[in-house]
Write a protein that binds this ligand. Sequence first.
Ligand code: F6P
Length: 321
Amino acid sequence: MKNIGILTSGGDAPGMNATIRAAVRTAHVNGLTVYGIERGYQGLIDGQVKPMGPRDVSGVINKGGTILRTARCEAFRESEGRRQAVQTLAHHGIEGLIVIGGDGSYRGAHDLHTEHGIPCIGVPGTIDNDIGGTEYTIGYDTALNTALDAIDKIRDTADSHDRLFFIEVMGRNSGYLAMMCGVAGGAEAVLVPEYPPDYDALIASLRNGAALGKRSAIVVVAEGAGTAMEAARIVSERSAFTDSRVVVIGHLQRGGVPTAFDRILASRLGYAAVNALLEGEADKMTAWEGKEVLLRPLSTAWEHKTRFHESMGCLAQTLAS
Ligand code: F6P
């Protein structure tokens, strides 16, 4: 193998640049030429490809976002889109591909390998931390700390005004990020898609907290559990908690300087992805488990989605007492 391609796909995540840097430099040390593909699979279809050397990734380890830019590409879901992408790969002599993204991006990589035999290696990059087969995804730790910083700040004003806040955090269909925000931020309650919402129980617990002397309350709402606005409305209709405030942290969680943890994770997984291609691996993802970096089938990502530990809900509830 002489030429490899690298792209970022789906939602950007802090640490993607550190992954690109690790992959480009590992490839260079091993005598490979790296082609950076801009705007994910869309750029692959459109032929947005550029060679990348070690100096092209200088000064990016501490930058959020992705220097390769990213996209959610509908066309790549179709075989015709993938056929066009293969033409771009052939044009540049690209023999293997590194795909940094979430499980939707991995499905595309899996199809590319199955239909056209292109060796693809996935690197888990998403703030949602919902990819099966790996304990952590690149960007999750930074997003957690960013959201936590916001929650801490909201606690100051919540305490000052004796107020109830509903804070919505991202995570798509997963409550992982929200649950960890709730535990780390000392939230009074966490609503996650993994459990059906029980508003009567929520109201009872808010009343109980007030009776026990709590002056403020924070309810973290995972976007997959419904909006924070909706939760505030339901609670206000069914109780005397009618003067709450709603904060949607939104895309703030996706940007910013990656934490040390994310930079190290990104560096190790980016390095491992290039070595996997050099060793002839295909249709695999790099994964982190304990202190080890492993390779797992790409399908693990969507077949065994990562969930928070089942004890976390009980922990959050107990510690909110
Ligand atoms: O997958 C990452 C993520 O930030 C999710 O948490 C969220 O649901 C989604 O992407 C938002 O996507 P977009 O930036 O396309 O609105």
